[in-house]
Design a protein around this ligand. Structure first.
Ligand code: ATP
Ligand code: MG
Length: 438
């Protein structure tokens, strides 16, 4: 992306309603634009990060054996009457009437719909287990939308739904999703801690919230330092082996983790003092095992091996994809701006041409830009160097390749790592090598 032609509406004045760092930075860097309370348009820079986050979530869901579908945003009220949630859901549900006066709604979640879809297909035990997910916009008419994309009214969620023949199978599905979540957040450069949660309005038997650690998070969390060193490689834990899933689950749930409301001093003192960690966190995911709650209400049964009808055991698994952008920024920024982890950065590198119009500087900048393919922003604007430095720091690209006439005369690039501020004068080849390495 050439900045001279980019649609990048950065803001100098921070709107008063932006109370936290991530909201301010996303607005200042030109990633999002509010269109109504809690509803945002995604601008080119923000959309690129959203797509990267979404893609990591997708890859890890696929790896865990879940299959992607895409259900609509608009649902019929009748589906929700079957589960009894149409009346229960209250004012958070946006209710709509179509031209024939039929009651519709903008989906806040999809348990009813996915169960109804699955019901049309699953006839026998051979059709299970299955796990279906989609990544789709949700609408919840939150009383107090705030903190930008962290608590929006329209937001992007990944929601997966598992169907199993028995509790044992459902437990495996639950553990597989928990492992997939830990891998997902780790790939994004986040430290995630799963916490036993109460099951709330969805109801049911087992539930964990995933809290990522960020200094500005809303809840206080107490956790074992072992979370910082968890190894989750596929060699250590395979989705194919039930014993691996069991080991993973008992290892992770055996470690102390609690928010301040759930904190248990007696259990905390069992954790050795050098391993006690206290931090702030943000909820980015939530998983539930709720048994036959929806399958029963929606009339889903399949024939067991003996021909007898069985009501499948279900779970649901959510990740706040758009919230994650805010959470990542809360976990990774400084006074100058965002510091994107490599895996989710909108572009790997910003090329700062300090003297557009200077032949050698232009040539070296163009050469690097071409070599980096689509994964760079090229600041070819006629602005002062200071403006370019500030904008690149603000937008948080992991690398800055600073090219000026003096260096360009010797084919040298000043390479800066955003996270550490380290700088080195290197050749084009060396710059490319370092940038592509991460
Ligand atoms: P919260 O307690 O924050 O309202 P929730 O319990 O209502 O969350 P779930 O129904 O479990 O959330 O939804 C799954 C995930 O979707 C949450 O973990 C969160 O990351 C995300 N999410 C929920 N509500 C919002 C929202 N209003 N804006 C952005 N993301 C949200
Ligand atoms: Mg909520």
């Amino acid at each position: 992306m050439r900045l001279s032609r980019a649609f990048l509406p950065t803001l100098k004045e921070i709107p008063a309603e932006a109370a936290i760092a991530s909201h301010k930075l996303m607005l200042r860097a030109g990633m999002i634009r509010q269109t109504s309370a809690g509803i945002y348009a995604w601008l080119p820079l923000g959309l690129r990060v959203l797509k990267k986050v979404e893609q990591i979530v997708r890859e890890e869901q696929d790896a865990a054996g879940a299959q992607e579908i895409l259900m609509p945003t608009i649902q019929s009220a009748d589906l929700w009457r079957q589960s009894g949630r149409y009346d229960d859901y209250g004012k958070e549900m946006l209710r709509i009437r179509d031209r024939h006066d039929r009651e519709m709604l903008f989906g806040p979640t999809n348990e009813e719909m996915v169960t109804d879809i699955f019901k049309g297909y699953a006839k026998s035990y051979r059709d299970l287990p299955r796990n279906l997910y989609h990544i789709q916009w949700k609408f919840r008419d939150e009383v107090r939308p705030r903190f930008g994309v962290m608590r929006g009214r329209e937001f992007l969620m990944k929601d997966a739904y598992s169907f199993d023949m028995d509790v044992e199978g459902a437990t495996r599905s639950y553990r597989a999703m928990m492992l997939a979540y830990m891998r997902t957040f780790q790939r994004m450069g986040l430290r995630a801690v799963p916490m036993r949660a109460d099951t709330g309005p969805i109801g049911g038997n087992l539930s964990h919230e995933f809290i990522i650690l960020a200094p500005t998070g809303e809840s206080t969390v107490f956790y074992d330092a072992a979370f910082e060193e968890l190894k989750l490689s596929h060699a250590d834990y395979s989705y194919e082996k039930p014993e691996d899933l069991e080991n993973f689950f008992s290892q992770v749930t055996g470690l102390y983790a609690a928010t301040d409301e759930m904190h248990d001093e007696a259990a905390w003192t069992q954790v050795s003092a050098d391993r006690q960690r206290e931090g702030k966190g943000i909820e980015v995911g939530h998983i539930f095992f709720f048994g036959t709650k929806y399958s029963e209400k929606m009339g889903l049964t399949v024939a067991g091996p003996d021909g007898q009808p069985v009501v499948p055991q279900m779970g649901s698994y959510g990740i706040g994809v758009s919230r994650l952008l805010g959470a990542i920024i809360e976990a990774s920024h400084d006074e100058a701006g965002i510091i994107w982890p490599d895996a989710v950065a909108p572009f790997r590198c910003a090329i700062l041409n300090l003297k557009p119009g200077d032949l050698a500087t232009d040539a070296l900048s163009e050469k690097l830009y071409a070599a980096l393919g689509g994964d760079a922003v090229y600041d070819d604007r006629p602005d002062r160097a200071g403006v370019k430095f500030n904008d690149a720091d603000l937008a948080g690209y992991p690398w800055q390749a600073i090219i000026g006439p003096r260096g360009a005369a010797n084919e040298k690039i000043e390479l800066k790592r955003r996270a550490t501020g380290e700088r080195a004068e290197v050749s084009l080849e060396e710059a490319l090598h370092r940038i592509m390495a991460g």
